[in-house]
Design a protein around this ligand. Structure first.
Ligand code: GAL
Length: 688
């Protein structure tokens, strides 16, 4: 993994200088959220026996336990916690101890109803549920830090406590608040950022529709029903992310002071972007970067969604092992329909996360509850008990992870392809009106990633400020917002011999969401040698053919015919409609490299053909030669390399590899068979 050239604050930080945090378990971590406060002690004793049977070595404890630790205002009682920590420790199970600030006690809601976040209609959320607090509320912060302090003081030095889990999924429900406190804080944030009202008016373009401010006092959060200014919308997203990060830092500072040496994290929700808060800019605050990932049962590409999220997590952790903090053994319960995992999928998903760099397999949750909102959410131990298929699968998985113990600490082999991803681009994309108003950020990134996945090519999904020199091919997929500096990084990469593919609707606006003039794709125009004059989106039932046979859907552009001075050659042209004869795909040789511009949205097959061309040109091969439907990812340790082969298809598969299968002990020489739906992990001969 490459070093980082430029953090958001423009600090230069070497990847190797980061995260010396100890991992909470000796081998791969295995376990889940554990809520014994919801059960009588005899059930807890059964839990411990079953956890031992399954090989559980880490649980996340206390996520929703504030009312247990502080049953009444200012009355603290850690008897339950003490007993649980001792019991878990006696059973060899480490604890990822949560600060309970996701679960506001009802007494606090009664005493301070003003802490509730307000939605964009300025209606407060009701007490109950979780994360019922305004991120900017000083009242909530005071109570939160007090319980964190008491908790940390109390458990400091307990050998079971191996990691801190700050709150839970910060922003999951309280990321956007419009209460008076948030409004006042937003005004301060905006004033600090822009300094003068004139600078603010200029940055947000408030002259449009005559919305010019005469004082910072007029600035509000973008509440209610109106077409808010896109600059304001984007900054409000940034502000909201900053406020929650500030809360995380405040808790972390308390934990650091009272329990030094214990790593601190919080669980992200990295799926298809943009994220609810800006994890790309949060990640460096984590001692270990952790994620919750849930698949959607009916999604036929759910394993590819998982892979995309895993590759993003690796980008966030700068190539170092990250922690899968939550996923599901089966169905979740918040979708319209919640389907269990298919046979074998529990193991495939768990090991696919490990393949992509997770050093843990953690679930929500250990035991399925019998009451509460999520009583039908799957668990390691389902309602039907230990005789169930799921629990047997969990026990088998525990044995697999034990057999893979030596993988812990290894890292995913350096990728040759990077995909640039930035939440701010996603936030800007959804702020204000667009040629297509239901575009989803990262759809193009995901489409390219799918094509790479199908070719067994691993890609890192990284922030645009990442140093790119270690890569051979960089994809800039619909990066709507980009700064001059980040565009420059891409330019330098190409000059130095890299190949870049910039796709449609990239480089359109700057950091304040203002259109870059002179033709699209503004920030990359000179690199690409093209000028796009007009967007020409297609309706759902429309498509266009290119002269090389490729199919265009959703998006096309009127690209000016490149002049000889522009240096761009046209590789594919439109054949139909108003754009017939015009360029669709171009390439410009720059320095030792090449810059491609794809001005159209291609169907998966055509995009696959383009990806093939780029891979061939850059001589980038697959991680391993595999049959269709087999995922292949390699991790590399000090003494060995590990090839994960995951067969997502219903047919038996094959791969070219040699070594010993760590899961069965079988030796393979040359060809490995992977049963339909099966997983093989090879410690490879002749590689390290
Ligand atoms: C996560 C959350 C868990 C649980 C899980 C299943 O987002 O952190 O507490 O709610 O989803 O829905």
């Amino acid at each position: 993994m490459s070093e980082v050239a430029q953090s958001p604050d423009d600090e230069r930080v070497a990847a190797s200088s980061r995260r010396s945090a100890p991992w909470p378990t000796e081998s791969l971590s295995f376990g889940g959220d554990y809520s014994p406060e919801q059960w009588p002690w005899e059930v807890v004793l059964e839990d411990l026996a079953l956890m031992r049977e399954a090989g559980v070595n880490l649980v996340t404890l206390g996520v929703f336990s504030w009312a247990v630790h502080e049953p009444r205002e200012g009355v603290f009682d850690f008897t339950w916690l003490d007993r649980m920590l001792d019991l878990l420790h006696e059973n060899g199970i480490a604890v990822d101890l949560a600060t309970p600030t996701a679960a506001v006690p009802m007494w606090l809601h009664r005493l301070h109803p003003e802490i509730l976040p307000q939605d964009r209609h300025r209606h407060p959320l009701a007490p109950g549920g979780r994360l019922g607090w305004c991120p900017s509320s000083p009242v909530f912060r005071g109570y939160a830090l007090r319980i964190v302090e008491r908790l940390a003081e109390h458990v400091a030095g307990h050998p079971a406590v191996r990691m801190w889990h700050v709150s839970n999924e910060l922003g999951g429900g309280n990321a956007r608040c419009h209460c008076p406190v948030s409004n006042a804080r937003f005004r301060e944030w905006v004033a600090a950022k822009y300094g003068t009202v004139d600078a603010l008016n200029a940055a947000w373009g408030m002259a449009f529709w005559g919305n010019t401010y005469s004082s910072f006092e007029e600035v509000t959060t973008p509440w209610g029903e109106t077409a808010h200014n896109p600059g304001q919308l984007l900054d409000y997203e940034r502000f909201s992310s900053d406020e929650l990060l500030d809360h995380y830092r405040a808790e972390k500072d308390v934990l650091r002071g009272l329990a030094p040496g214990v790593p601190v994290t919080t669980n992200f929700m990295v799926g298809l972007g943009p994220d609810v808060v800006d994890y790309t800019r949060w990640a460096d605050e984590m001692d270990i970067v952790a994620n919750d990932h849930y698949t959607f049962g009916p999604d036929p590409l759910r394993h590819q969604d998982l892979a995309f999220s895993g590759d993003r997590m690796r980008g966030l952790s700068r190539g170092e092992p990250w922690m899968l903090m939550e996923h599901a053994t089966g169905a979740s319960s918040w979708h319209r329909i919640n389907q269990p995992k298919a046979p074998g999928e529990l193991a495939r998903h768990a090991l696919a996360h490990v393949a992509r760099g997770s050093d843990s397999v953690m679930y929500f949750q250990w035991r399925a509850p019998r009451s509460g909102t999520e009583k039908f959410h799957s668990a390691m131990l389902p309602h039907s008990g230990p005789q169930s298929r799921v629990f047997r699968d969990v026990v088998d998985l525990g044995a697999h992870l034990d057999a893979l113990a030596e993988v812990r600490g290894s890292t995913v082999a350096s990728a040759e392809v990077a995909i640039l991803h930035d939440n701010e681009a996603g936030w800007a994309l959804k702020s204000g009106l667009k040629p297509i108003n239901d575009l989803r950020y990262a759809d193009t990134a995901r489409a390219v990633h799918n094509a790479l996945f199908a070719r067994a090519v691993t890609a890192d999904v990284v922030a645009p400020w990442t140093a790119l020199d270690a890569y051979r091919l960089v994809i800039v997929p619909g990066l709507f917002l980009v700064s001059d500096e980040n565009a420059r990084t891409v330019h330098d990469f190409v000059e130095a011999g890299g190949t870049v593919l910039v796709t449609w609707f990239s480089g359109i606006v700057d950091e304040v969401n203002t259109v870059r003039l002179g033709g699209y794709p503004g920030a990359f125009r000179s690199l690409l040698g093209v000028t796009s004059e007009e967007f020409s989106p297609l309706d759902a039932d429309q498509s266009l053919r290119l002269d090389n046979g490729w199919t265009v859907r959703r998006w096309a552009e009127r690209l000016r015919e490149p002049a000889p001075d522009d240096g761009a050659e046209v590789l594919a042209r439109h054949t139909e409609g108003a754009l017939a004869g015009g360029p669709a795909l171009t390439r410009r040789r720059v320095g030792a490299g090449a810059a491609y511009y794809l001005s159209v949205d291609l169907d998966p097959e055509s995009l696959g053909a383009l990806v093939d061309r780029l891979l061939e040109e850059k001589e980038i091969g697959p991680t391993a030669v595999v049959s269709r439907g087999v995922e292949a990812v390699r991790r590399v340790g000090d003494d060995a390399s590990y090839l994960f082969l995951i067969n997502h298809s219903e047919d038996d598969g094959r791969a070219e590899a040699s070594g010993v299968d760590l899961l069965t002990g079988a030796e393979h020489s040359g060809i490995v068979s992977i049963a339909a739906g099966g997983v093989v992990v090879i410690r490879e001969h002749g590689r390290s």
